[in-house]
Write a protein that binds this ligand. Structure first.
Ligand code: PDD
Length: 280
């Protein structure tokens, strides 16, 4: 730990040497946005989609993208290891201001950081994970991938304290998403997920799942899902760039169906792996 090469403000350097000022707006205010992009076999997966979402996040916090999409591609490439599955984390903050003041500082350069870590997203096909339902305590800009993640951190930790892998969040009685994932449910053979709105992060994995469903003529819907719907679900999945598709087999200590990963999940897991391989 510490020797891996990271990117910070125009330089590639060992992680242990990558330092930023305590006056950075990211440190003082959580004033920044980020992306997590999987790379399969050394190739960035859905990079354009991630960069488009980054543009939207930056727009929503009124910060200009310091790089074009092509510059991002070139900037991230040296961090990737040939042939390996990795995940890229990139973060942009509003930079280092001369004093602590909530208002935007003038003439400040954004801080840009990127690092890569190993990825082991593969679900165990015989066992799923447990989840805990919780009230969604987050703010109204959940479609912005902000580094300000304290609510998500507390929600996830509470789930872990209950021996669960994820918190499944509800706002006004309706499912939003997981603490760090989107959520799908299967009821009567139909795959469902909440529609895009400011209440959820528009997950790139979520888009991939919906595309796979449509391509394979599997009925799917983007619609509001209540707690009652979730209770009668045949399957529940969580999806993210680092975890791919994980089956939830227990919610609030109650088994989902027979408490084993469902048949549609098995099918999607296979289709997702095939889709990844097709990019090689
Ligand atoms: N999080 N919703 C939230 C709140 C998330 O934090 C994430 C991913 C997702 C799934 O989005 P995607 O499929 O584009 O990864 C949904 C990343 C992995 C993280 O914060 O580490």
């Amino acid at each position: 730990m510490g020797n891996e090469i990271v990117y910070l403000n125009g330089q590639y350097l060992p992680l242990a040497d990558a330092k930023i000022s305590v006056m950075d707006r990211g440190f003082l205010f959580g004033d920044g946005v980020y992306e997590v992009i999987p790379a399969y076999f050394g190739h960035l997966f859905r990079l354009e989609d991630h960069l488009e979402r980054l543009d939207n996040s930056l727009k929503s916090i009124r910060l200009q993208n310091p790089h074009s999409h092509e510059q991002w591609r070139n900037l991230l490439a040296p961090l990737l290891k040939h042939g390996e599955d990795q995940s890229v984390y990139l973060q942009i903050t509003r930079g280092v201001a001369p004093k602590r003041d909530h208002a935007f500082p003038q003439h400040v350069t954004a801080t840009v950081f990127a690092m890569v870590s190993g990825i082991t997203p593969h679900a165990d096909p015989d066992n799923g994970v447990k989840a805990l339902s919780m009230e969604d305590s987050r703010w109204k800009l959940c479609h912005t991938k902000a580094i300000t993640l304290l609510a998500n951190v507390l929600l996830r930790q509470e789930a872990i304290d209950h021996d669960c892998a994820e918190a499944i969040l509800f706002k006004d009685g309706y499912l939003t998403e997981g603490a760090a994932s989107n959520v799908f449910v299967v009821i009567g053979g139909v795959l469902m997920t909440p529609p895009k709105s400011p209440a959820i992060l528009p997950g790139i994995t979520r888009d991939v799942i919906l595309e796979i469903a449509r391509k394979n003529n599997i009925p799917c819907r983007e619609q509001a899902i209540s707690m009652d719907d979730l209770k009668k679900a045949d399957e529940i999945w969580i999806t993210s760039s680092t975890r791919e598709i994980i089956p939830v087999v227990e919610l609030d200590s109650e088994k989902i169906a027979d408490g084993k990963p469902g048949s549609l999940w098995k099918m999607f897991y296979k289709l997702f792996q095939e889709h990844k391989k097709s990019l090689r």
